[in-house]
Design a protein around this ligand. Structure first.
Ligand SMILES: NC(=O)c1ccc[n+]([C@@H]2O[C@H](COP(=O)([O-])OP(=O)(O)OC[C@H]3O[C@@H](n4cnc5c(N)ncnc54)[C@H](O)[C@@H]3O)[C@@H](O)[C@H]2O)c1
Length: 281
């Protein structure tokens, strides 16, 4: 594989694009929003500068990687030469299906179409294309440059060859892969969403302050981050969509906490909006 295309340049898309270019792939990043692409470009440039300052990359290598990234609002330009396309738009099934349908008409016959969905069915998305055997979910984690894992989530028709090529791609990015058979929320989101939701319920019940609940889970249960801090990092809008899908598919246990719903209504989306469970201003 040589050319990677990332669709959606938000929290996840920009991290995937950075990691892909740093690993030597020519990388296209596409978004419908010019302003999102601008924010993505400054994030990526900052990441490369930081890597140089820390001595992780020399300046020449960082500049080479930066020059391998092409930013565009045109889906066709981004995807026509790609060996693999990773869709990282909002967690909305109809939107993902629409993008996969368009991609199916644009990309090379051999190209793999992957969704970075946290919860949803790659089988359902793949069924709307002419290449379900070359579709799957590649679930990256936030922040992508630092997180080691990719869940390789196989749909009903995903071929062995697609799985093998995805594992090779993951290895080339310096990641560890696990093979997961499709089920809502896979292995990680299902667990993580439930922990986060329970922490939000505890805030609502007055069990402790946001800080103390996070501290208890970090120091008492040895989690690297508190669940509320993590939800803020993910984005509360994204987390709410994840919970809504899990609630619909897996049942009552996953009903989104009312505080989460209220915060999203108020525009408190976590770190990206400056305020969530914590204040970032
Ligand atoms: N945030 C996380 O921690 C996290 C972790 C793993 C997986 N995911 C999944 O990754 C996906 C993206 O999440 P995110 O947090 O990066 O979302 P985000 O809201 O930060 O970014 C989404 C981007 O998609 C763009 N977009 C919307 N419609 C588009 C279209 N038609 N074509 C091209 N771009 C379009 C938006 O302009 C935005 O820049 C979701 O499916 C989410 O569930 C998120």
């Amino acid at each position: 594989m040589e050319i990677v295309s990332v669709i959606g340049s938000g929290t996840m898309g920009r991290g995937i694009a950075y990691t892909s270019a740093a690993a030597g792939f020519i990388t296209y990043v596409q978004d419908i929003s010019e302003s999102a692409l601008g924010t993505c470009r400054s994030y990526i440039e900052k990441q490369f500068n930081r890597a140089v300052e820390k001595g992780e990359l020399d300046r020449e290598t960082a500049d080479g990687a930066k020059n391998r990234i092409r930013y565009t609002t045109q889906l066709e330009e981004a995807a026509q030469d790609a060996d693999i396309v990773i869709e990282a738009v909002l967690e909305i099934m109809d939107l993902k299906i629409e993008i996969f349908k368009q991609l199916d008409k644009i990309v090379k016959p051999s190209a793999i179409l992957a969704t970075n969905t946290s919860t949803m069915s790659p089988t359902e998305i793949a069924a709307q294309t002419s290449r379900p055997e070359r579709c799957l979910a590649l679930h990256f984690f936030n922040p992508v440059p630092r997180m080691k894992l990719i869940e390789v989530v196989c749909g009903l028709e995903t071929s062995e060859e697609t799985i093998e090529r995805s594992f090779e791609f993951g290895k080339a990015l310096g990641k560890e892969c696990v093979k997961i058979n499709e089920f809502p929320g896979f292995a990680t989101s299902r667990m993580n969403c439930l922990i986060g939701n329970e922490a939000m319920n505890m805030v609502m019940e007055g069990v402790g302050t946001v800080e103390d609940i996070d501290k208890a889970i970090k120091l008492g249960l040895n989690h690297p981050m508190g669940p509320l801090e993590l939800a803020d990092l993910v984005g509360l809008d994204t987390r709410l969509r994840n919970m809504e899908y899990l609630h619909k598919t897996l049942g009552e246990k996953y009903r989104p906490c009312p505080i989460l719903v209220k915060y999203v209504k108020a525009g408190r989306l976590g770190k990206k909006s400056g305020k969530g469970f914590y204040n970032y201003n």
